[in-house]
Design a protein around this ligand. Structure first.
Ligand code: ADP
Length: 177
């Protein structure tokens, strides 16, 4: 039985994430989506909302479950008895970061393997930040995120517009996002 962990911020989950999760779920017996509880990024959705959106978006995959965590990803993987950590790779900029993280994590937990799945071409440009930016500017987000996520983004954008917030997007803190 091979359990894999797909960790990330998922603020919010989008079709690029769903694609990686779907493909990873086909490779392993069980896939746990690990949502960082205390992300260094400034977030649009709180942890409970990110979990709910991930659950709704991945409900069709029977061997996938959602969990939250804080602290080191490898420690969480150990707690879960996951032997693999899955990440997604979009471009060269993703590679440099993921390579460094994989080597660091390997140093911390040599028994855990890191597997990067290449993005599908149609999602190569897609990030949570881009998605939030399009939603903020009232652009068409159909095809970029699952339907519940689209609805949540529209609602949040309207909420922030109503509150007079000048933006709903956190500054980018990751070259990958
Ligand atoms: P993090 O803050 O850990 O980067 P994200 O939610 O931004 O969390 O991303 C989680 C994982 O999903 C990362 O490995 C990221 O590279 C990958 N990912 C994000 N967007 C895409 C995409 N469009 N295609 C493939 N992988 C992606």
């Amino acid at each position: 039985m091979i359990r894999a962990l797909y960790p990330g911020t998922f603020d919010p989950i989008h079709n690029g994430h769903v694609d990686i999760a779907t493909r990873a779920a086909a490779l392993f017996d069980e896939l746990v989506i690990g949502i960082y509880d205390t992300s260094p990024k400034s977030l649009l959705f709180d942890t409970a909302q990110r979990v709910k959106l991930a659950e709704e978006s991945l409900a069709h995959l029977p061997n996938v479950r959602i969990a939250t965590y804080h602290g080191l990803t490898v420690m969480f993987a150990r707690d879960l008895a996951a032997s693999v950590i899955v990440r997604g790779l979009r471009a060269i900029s993703d590679f440099e970061f993921e390579f460094q993280m994989a080597l660091t994590n390997k140093k911390l937990a040599a028994e855990i393997e890191f597997i990067c799945l290449m993005t599908s071409l149609e999602y190569a440009y897609l990030s949570s930040s881009i998605l939030k930016e399009i939603a903020r500017l009232d652009g068409d987000i159909a095809g970029l995120a699952p339907v519940p996520v689209q609805a949540a983004l529209r609602a949040r954008a309207a909420e922030l517009r109503h509150a007079g917030a000048s933006h709903m997007i956190a500054p980018l803190v990751s070259s990958r996002d």
